[in-house]
Design a protein around this ligand. Structure first.
Ligand SMILES: *[C@@H]1O[C@H](CO)[C@@H](O)[C@H](O)[C@H]1NC(C)=O
Length: 271
């Protein structure tokens, strides 16, 4: 009696089926049904394949929000070339609270103001992109993505040296012995400009960044630039801004002033 009920229970479990079955007439195979299945499987494979590419793609999502972290510092990235010797230029930041941010983070390096052909070409391209960007904002997205994929961003190295032995050579230029940087085409030019680059951290208040004649000094009444010993004839406020941005540097983002070049033939002109 007990064995019988056990067997019964076993068959019950074996035949238990929670899912409704398709009736026999519907599982018959046919050529047209097979074709539909094949097409469906093909479409699924194709969709899965493209879905993978969508997944790999990068999307830009813009979000703006109020920065309420006013105690932290803001980073300013600077890369400016001024057409004056380094000992004559000083760059600093003066903010609303009259706190002078001494430009410790900035480096001054003597360079040649004129760009070499390679750099000139790059700068023209940058300006072209800059002009296009003003009309087509979506271009920034394309640029950003191309950089993610490893495209070029920065200017090619500032001086291409061909002198195998030395970076700096000395020549007699304008009757004074001056250091010159050897350029690719064996053209010797004096280092007539100053490349000011680096980054500074400032308070998040209104202020101004200026690059002018003389090194900045801070005294109780304010702040001044010592320019007494700089001859007026050496004043040349021509400059080139290769990069000027706020916050962390993001490759592929072209900032509004990047690539600007201002040349003046007047010693007194300021920008
Ligand atoms: C300033 O420097 C630039 C570039 O070297 C030059 O073209 C320009 O004539 C200079 N201006 C003055 C006033 O010396």
């Amino acid at each position: 009696m007990r064995r019988l009920s056990q067997r019964k229970a076993l068959t019950l479990v074996r035949e238990l089926d929670a899912f409704p079955k398709v009736s026999e007439s519907h599982v018959e195979t046919s050529a047209s049904g097979g074709t539909v299945s094949l097409i469906a499987f093909g479409a699924m494979a194709l969709l899965a394949f493209f879905e993978f590419f969508v997944y790999r793609d990068t999307w830009m999502k813009y979000e703006y929000e109020v920065d309420n972290d006013y105690s932290s510092k803001l980073r300013i990235n600077i890369d400016i070339t001024a057409a004056m010797k380094c000992q004559h230029v000083g760059a600093d930041i003066l903010d609303l609270a009259e706190t002078m941010i001494t430009s410790n983070g900035l480096q001054y390096e003597p360079v040649i103001f004129d760009l070499n052909p390679q750099q000139r070409m790059w700068q023209r391209m940058l300006l072209l992109i800059q002009n296009r960007l003003r009309e087509e904002h979506a271009l920034q997205e394309v640029l950003y993505k191309s950089v993610l994929k490893g495209g070029p961003t920065a200017l090619p190295p500032r001086s291409v040296t061909s002198c195998k032995q030395a970076l700096f050579c000395f020549i007699l230029y304008a009757n004074i012995v001056q250091p010159v940087r050897c350029v690719a085409d064996k053209q010797l030019k004096p280092l007539n400009a100053c490349w000011v680059h680096g980054h500074v951290y400032v308070n998040k208040v209104a202020g101004n960044l200026h690059v002018t004649v003389g090194k900045p000094i801070h005294h109780p009444q304010g702040h001044a630039h010592i320019a007494a010993f700089v001859s007026h004839d050496t004043y040349n406020f021509s400059h080139r801004i290769d990069h000027l941005s706020f916050g962390e540097e993001i490759p592929g983002i072209i900032n509004p002033l990047d690539g600007t070049e201002k040349i003046t033939y007047n010693h007194n002109q300021m920008f």
